[in-house]
Design a binder for this molecule. Structure first.
Ligand code: XMP
Length: 312
């Protein structure tokens, strides 16, 4: 159990003592960086600019939700559309680690540009313990380069401030509740849908995945109340595999969507969710009826470990 009041006070002090001049804060709209933005705003007000980047890898409705929260907490913020830049840099890139590194590098380019404009000397990031532990922070071998660690260039021009780096997810939730920050139903990776379009990320792939993601999220939120366990994460993945199918009386040759639903308490380990068959059947029908170009749906029955939560 974390002492939320004490943490808020200590984090505020840390921010004030480390902040030289102005700072920009990289907010993904997730629970971690939103908590950081609220803490930073309480501690340093308009000396900090919270920046949210539309990478083109966001889910439907995400930008609007984030804007609403920023407004509610009276943050000094900027929402940037950099989707052209991010999507064009994905051309021809299929290797997951390379994708993550390029996305991380692009985030830093964007933030350095904004920092220059804003006259900031510091960059505030919502890195938490599992991010750096899994990125090989001296404790374990590198599993994946989480973008807020692995993508940082060697010589960064901004001083890094990471007040959440010793916290775990359950502690983040507790402190967020204490500050009345809306609970974000499930974590969403920094590189977004780019690590859920397996292989090369294309505009077509992103459009397919956005709709499939919306269908999966809404179906789980509507149905999971009656299940034994509400999944920790539930999402769709677009596979680069095309298979033969049949629609009406016509042969189709379409993509495959994988569904990942996993129960976990801290994202370090997890077991795949066992929903009723009927739920999966309805979900599959819904996806193949509504998402153009998809004719097959599969369900991921892999625990973590050996599988990670994300597929890339
Ligand atoms: P994995 O796939 O490593 O994911 O089992 C563990 C948790 O972290 C999320 N995740 C990320 N979060 N940047 C983030 O901020 C990333 O690059 C990233 N990759 C994975 C994932 O969704 C899960 O909650």
């Amino acid at each position: 159990m974390v002492d939320a009041a004490k943490f808020v006070e200590d984090a505020g002090k840390e921010i004030v003592s480390k902040l030289t001049g102005r700072g920009i804060l990289a907010c993904s709209g997730g629970q971690d960086s939103t908590l950081l933005a609220v803490l930073a705003n309480r501690a340093a007000g308009d000396r900090i600019l919270t920046v949210f980047v539309d990478t083109g890898f966001l889910r439907n409705g995400e930008k609007e939700r984030v804007r609403h929260t920023f407004e509610r907490f009276g943050l000094n913020y900027l929402i940037l559309d950099e989707s052209e830049k991010f999507i064009s840099r994905m051309k021809g890139i299929t290797e997951p680690e390379e994708k993550r590194k390029i996305i991380g590098k692009t985030f830093i380019d964007v933030f350095e540009e904004q920092a220059l404009k804003y006259g900031a000397e510091c960059l505030l990031q919502g890195t938490i313990a599992p991010d750096w532990i899994e990125s090989g922070g001296g404790v374990r071998d590198t599993i994946k380069s989480h973008h807020n660690v692995g993508g940082l260039p060697e010589k960064m021009n901004l001083k890094l401030i990471e007040p959440l780096r010793d916290l775990y997810k359950d502690e983040i939730r507790e402190i967020s509740r204490y500050l009345n920050i809306p609970e974000i139903v499930q974590p969403f990776p920094g590189p977004g849908l780019a690590v859920r379009v397996i292989g090369e990320v294309t505009r077509e792939g992103l459009e397919i995945l956005k709709l499939a993601t919306e269908i999966v999220e809404n179906s789980v939120l509507e149905n999971a109340g009656s299940w034994e366990v509400m999944p920790w994460q539930f999402f769709a993945i677009l596979l680069p595999v095309k298979t033969t199918g049949i629609h009406g009386d016509k042969r189709t040759y379409g993509y495959t969507i994988a569904i990942r639903m996993i129960d976990s308490s801290d994202a370090m380990s997890g077991t795949f969710t066992k929903p009723p068959w009927e739920f999966l059947e309805n979900l599959s029908t819904d996806i193949t009826n509504r998402v153009r170009g998809v004719n097959r749906v599969v369900y991921d029955i892999t625990n973590k470990p050996p599988g990670t939560i994300e597929w890339e």
